[in-house]
Design a protein around this ligand. Structure first.
Ligand SMILES: O=P(O)(O)OC[C@H]1O[C@](O)(CO)[C@@H](O)[C@@H]1O
Length: 475
């Protein structure tokens, strides 16, 4: 078989014909590609500074995600529904409705396939027409988008990605038999079980800790690197080895405001701001890290309560839902390893004692909006965050929503990027997986780009960035 760009071409019995075929195919593949770009108004440039991340910019991670990653994620869901069809029907459908459930499953698979087709052919976002609790939020959002800015490649990447995951879930939530099914449940379960060794080593390592900034800094760094695990991108796997010497990764932490965070938590001046909020990201090992960090904050007297914010439904493959949250506590507390089970039961006791709390579930966290819209769209959530001593935003998507998914100058002051969002002191703990960043020193971005042009999307670098909420410019 002759190899050529994009795969293998068939052999022929005539050398001249083969050469013609190869030339034709190369011409065709060039024409085809430019047709795709021309057809969907894609420009062959990186994301311009101060522009929204968007699939319209071919040399962006947004384009790669829409062109390659999201179709693969949707295909994997279709494959798992097809492969596990009998298991699903047995689990969710009463005997007398087995045939109906089969029919329904076929329809759901068809809807996901159509979503994939719409994604791949840059169709406009479709309204939500089912019983979605956040139905109006989404339809108002879509209606307010400019006509030319409400298709998969032309919209802000954050809108496209959030829409894709929201639509995917709407097919399940509007079904009759598989309403309770989590398309990503199996992947998350496997990841949790697969991180058992890292959970045990972190558990052992954090049993007798000093109440000092050095220990807090180490915990926060381990928490940061646990965010590298990304089930939506196979290329970003967490290297559990780093736990043995987390400071070896310090050069990869581009902003480290641990000292400011420590000072913020060590203050006990205002009596009513004695709780910390953690806006969670991924389930599994990262969630365990969040529990360990919260345990430290409580046991060292840095706050009286830690409130956890989960997602209302399965989101971005591995984000934590209430079910993941409770399942993880059960998994830990019933674990065969004595130390893990001890810690799991301790965390459960913290809930009983009111030291840990699951915050009321808000659909704002699974909305497409940047966080500066929270005050208007979800005032209760904003007001509850205003009572927080410190809000810890975990992960890359939360960071993108803080900064409105804009490709800022890397040296831009983060306070300029927030659009006035500042309910209280907050920090963003995120491995860098998208071309959104602010607050870097002059020249850092250029140096890193020379070393690795993809440094912003590998997850190899991270930030622990603090914003003082006592500033007046917030609203
Ligand atoms: O779990 P995190 O840290 O939000 O990162 C996951 C996300 O990172 C991205 O690659 C960029 O934000 C998304 O496409 C992906 O799903």
């Amino acid at each position: 078989m002759q190899q050529h760009e994009g795969g293998e071409c068939a052999t022929t019995n005539n050398g001249a014909a083969a050469a013609d075929t190869k030339a034709d195919e190369q011409t065709f593949s060039k024409v085809f590609k430019s047709d795709f770009d021309a057809k969907y108004n894609i420009v062959d440039i990186p994301t311009p500074v101060n522009a929204f991340l968007s699939g319209q910019f071919k040399r962006s991670y947004a384009y790669h995600t829409i062109r390659n990653r999201l179709p693969v994620i949707l295909t994997r869901v279709i494959d798992s529904l097809t492969r596990d069809k009998s298991e699903l029907i047995a689990e969710f459908a009463p005997n007398q409705f087995v045939q109906h459930a089969r029919e329904e499953l076929k329809i759901v698979i068809g809807l996901i396939s159509r979503l994939k087709y719409e994604l791949q052919t840059d169709k406009p976002f479709q309204e939500f027409t089912g019983d979605e609790p956040d139905h109006d939020l989404w339809n108002d959002f879509i209606a307010e988008l400019p006509k030319e800015g409400r298709t998969f490649y032309q919209a802000c990447w954050m809108y496209t990605e959030c829409y894709t995951y929201r639509k995917l879930y709407s097919f399940v939530e509007n079904s009759i038999f598989i309403k309770q099914f989590d398309c990503f449940g199996k992947i998350k379960e496997q990841a949790l079980i697969g991180s058992q060794d890292a959970i045990l080593s972190l558990a052992k390592y954090t049993r007798r800790t000093e109440n000092c900034i050095e220990m807090f800094a180490e915990l926060l760094k381990m928490n940061l690197w646990s965010n590298r695990n990304d089930l939506s991108d196979d290329g970003r796997l967490f290297n559990m080895e780093i736990l043995h010497d987390v400071s070896a990764m310090d050069e990869y932490i581009l902003i480290n405001n641990v000292e400011d965070i420590w000072i913020c938590l060590s203050e006990h001046n205002s009596i009513n701001r004695q709780h910390v909020d953690i806006v969670l990201d991924n389930a599994g090992y990262e969630l365990f890290n969040d529990f360990i960090l919260a345990e430290y904050i409580i046991e060292k007297g840095l706050a009286e309560k830690v409130r956890f914010h989960v997602k209302a439904f399965p989101w971005y493959v591995s984000d934590t839902t209430k079910r993941d949250f409770n399942h993880t506590l059960e998994y830990l507390s019933k674990h065969s390893d004595y130390i893990i089970s001890l810690i799991g039961n301790k965390f459960k006791q913290f809930f009983d004692d009111g030291k840990f709390e699951l915050a009321p579930i808000s659909y704002f966290w699974t909305a497409p909006h940047a966080f500066h819209n929270m005050r208007n769209l979800e005032p209760e959530l904003y007001q509850s965050l205003q009572q927080s001593k410190l809000i810890i935003f975990k992960g890359d998507l939360n960071h993108r929503k803080l900064l409105s998914d804009v490709c800022w100058e890397s040296t831009q002051d983060i306070k300029v990027c927030l659009g006035g969002f500042l309910p209280s002191n907050f920090c963003t703990v995120r491995t860098i997986k998208s071309e959104v960043i602010s607050g870097l020193a002059q020249g850092v971005s250029e140096d890193l780009t020379r070393k690795d042009p993809n440094w912003m999307v590998t997850g190899n670098y991270g930030i622990i960035q603090f914003v003082d909420g006592s500033r007046e410019f917030g609203y």
